[in-house]
Design a protein around this ligand. Sequence first.
Ligand code: HSE
Length: 412
Amino acid sequence: MKKKLTIGLFGFGCVGSGLYEVLNRSNLLNATIKTIVVKNKNKQRVLPADHFQYDKELILADPEINLVVELIDDADAAYEIVTRALRSGKHVVSANKKMIAHHLDELIALKNQNNVSFLYEASVCGSIPVIRNLEEYYNNDTLRSVQGICNGTTNYILTRLDKEGKSFDEILKDAQRLGFAESDPTLDIDGFDSKFKLQILIAHAFGVITLPADILNIGIRNIKEQDIRFAKEKGLKIKLIAASEKIDQKVIGYVAPQFIQEDSFAYDVNNEFNAVTIEALFSDRQVFKGKGAGSFPTASAVLSDISALQYDYGYEYRKKETTQLNYASGFSTRLFISSTNPDKLKLIPFTEVEETFSSKDYAYKTGTVNFGALTHELYRNHPELFIAFFPQTEGNFKLAPVEENVVLQNTF
Ligand code: HSE
């Protein structure tokens, strides 16, 4: 029997307005939007002004509304809305990866205490149904790694940088115009958005709940034309990869640009498309690819959560209850760094150097770096440096955890 859902919708931006339309076009007969609350009274919207309210109590205090769909931008305001909705016994669907990543443990406890569902498929990789797949299909014992292109904006920028001569800033503006980028695009280009998504993926893949501050994120802000040329000469592409891997009883995770070989799942994932590859013991590698940003693709994941709620679906977090794994933030890997100022290469301590190149306006170095020693702060303080993971000579990255567990200072 389909449950009747009376929806209170927060936010009518790119995803909220997309949801309004896909809900109208779909056959979810028992789900209707009763109230839409938005922040800005003066904004021009596709629906007449009388469709909107501005007081959140009109949703939160309405006993008839049994589902809150939270699609606003502001993570702090979203946290308040979501926690209040859960406490008052309403189901919640959210797409706010930043808010979820920072408060996941608490939100799980709240939804359990109040016996409601909290779903957020749209928060990770837009239209790709990866959370429900990790939750339901893959068990923790056989799962080895989850990695992906989880940010549409940076993938769109990297794709176009690879193909055209347009500048980074111009392409970013296009990504903003198309509704892919966050309102603060720093979150996209410095790898924070990918990191929030990775943190959610790690929770559902391995049952390990870590905090965003534990996961290293390096973005694409400092990529240069010469870096792209270097990749092309070697038959490689540069992609922003979010990855987690199980090594012994530890899970490591990172977001960083990577040089990608032609046989990689990521090589032909272009523009705003995202892809996730899941490696498990017997199934080997599987790849899910789809649009990771934009109005309708993201709204389709929200719609799917609403549809699942009609049958009382909820994440059970069984892996979280039983996992023996711990998160480790120290590991070493092969790295590429480059700068227009050769002196800047000395900033990153290598344990082993493989190749160096230096001319008067471009220099690079490859070798092995212990990520216990490289903090995000170090990277951010030296904007001249482009840092990318470099593939092993054979196959994919193999990362070796080091003894100490470092605390990274990269908060946002
Ligand atoms: N800014 C995000 C992206 C939106 O570019 O992927 C979708 O989460």
